[in-house]
Design a protein around this ligand. Structure first.
Ligand SMILES: [Zn+2]
Length: 262
């Protein structure tokens, strides 16, 4: 297994990140002796027991949860230099088949440029290049494990554990630079939208907010606190019909800026 990991044998480590819906769930992430698990699913109901990855060193905590006054973030140990990403449209839900790639591209570009809700200037240190479509699948299993590193960064569709919206596996080298990052988006459990439906109700989720969150994991950010940092895109759980996390909050932006040394 993981034949291609020899390419990065001495230097690769894996990062796993998920976004879950705002309901209780148990983490299905399994340990793997060759991969380092650095983040896993936590839920809205876990906020008193697991406050996410924000530490005193990384965070400038504020009492408020406003998007542009809360500059809390959590840094991981990797960052993106130049990332070539591919899209596999196999299994895309029919209602967004024509818009999903554009939306995923928008989210990627949001993270590439630091596009935010606060009027903060562009960031340009990282480059994300769309490399086209592929038939290669994201290397993420239906039980939310990272199944290998083929060196390609693929975003695609498939089954994930209950209540997991999307799951990202990121590999980075000894210098802490991402070499590949796969994102699996669930296509079994939840209706997605790319344009919020009128009178949105029920368990319908915004693809753009979700992928912005996942791309921020690829970029090197961890989770902040679901309750205290509710306006930031890096809270661990999403709510149905919510589109408020499509662009970065001040904390997301500050984290990205810190990662790239900007
Ligand atoms: Zn996450």
């Amino acid at each position: 297994m993981r034949r291609s990991i020899t390419t990065f044998a001495a230097t690769a480590a894996a990062a796993i990140a998920v976004i879950v819906i705002a309901q209780p769930t148990s983490s299905a992430a399994a340990a793997d002796d060759k991969l380092t698990l650095v983040a896993q699913a936590i839920t809205l109901d876990d906020v008193t027991g697991d406050s996410g990855d924000a530490s005193a060193a990384a965070a400038t905590a504020t009492a408020g949860a406003e998007a542009c006054s809360d500059t809390t973030y959590a840094l991981k140990t990797w960052k993106v230099g130049n990332l070539n990403w591919l899209y596999n449209g196999s299994g895309v839900p029919a209602n967004i088949a024509g818009t999903a790639l554009g939306t995923i591209t928008d989210s990627t570009n949001t993270v590439a440029t630091g596009a935010n809700r606060c009027g903060l200037p562009k960031l340009t240190a990282s480059t994300y290049t769309y490399g086209g479509t592929t038939t290669v699948a994201p290397q993420v299993s239906a039980t939310a494990t990272c199944t290998g590193n083929d060196g390609k960064s693929v975003t695609g569709w498939g089954a994930l554990p209950a209540k997991v919206l999307a799951y990202t596996c990121t590999y980075y080298n000894a210098k802490g630079v991402v070499v590949s990052s796969d994102t699996m988006i669930d296509n079994k459990q939840f209706p997605w939208f790319t344009t919020v439906p009128a009178n949105c109700t029920g368990q319908q989720y915004d693809l753009q907010s979700t992928i912005t969150h996942e791309r921020l994991h690829t970029a090197g950010l961890g989770h902040v606190d679901q309750a205290r940092n509710a306006a930031q895109t890096m809270v661990p759980s999403s709510s149905p019909c919510d589109t408020s996390h499509r662009l970065l909050g001040a904390g997301d932006y500050a984290g990205l800026k810190a990662l790239i040394g900007g």
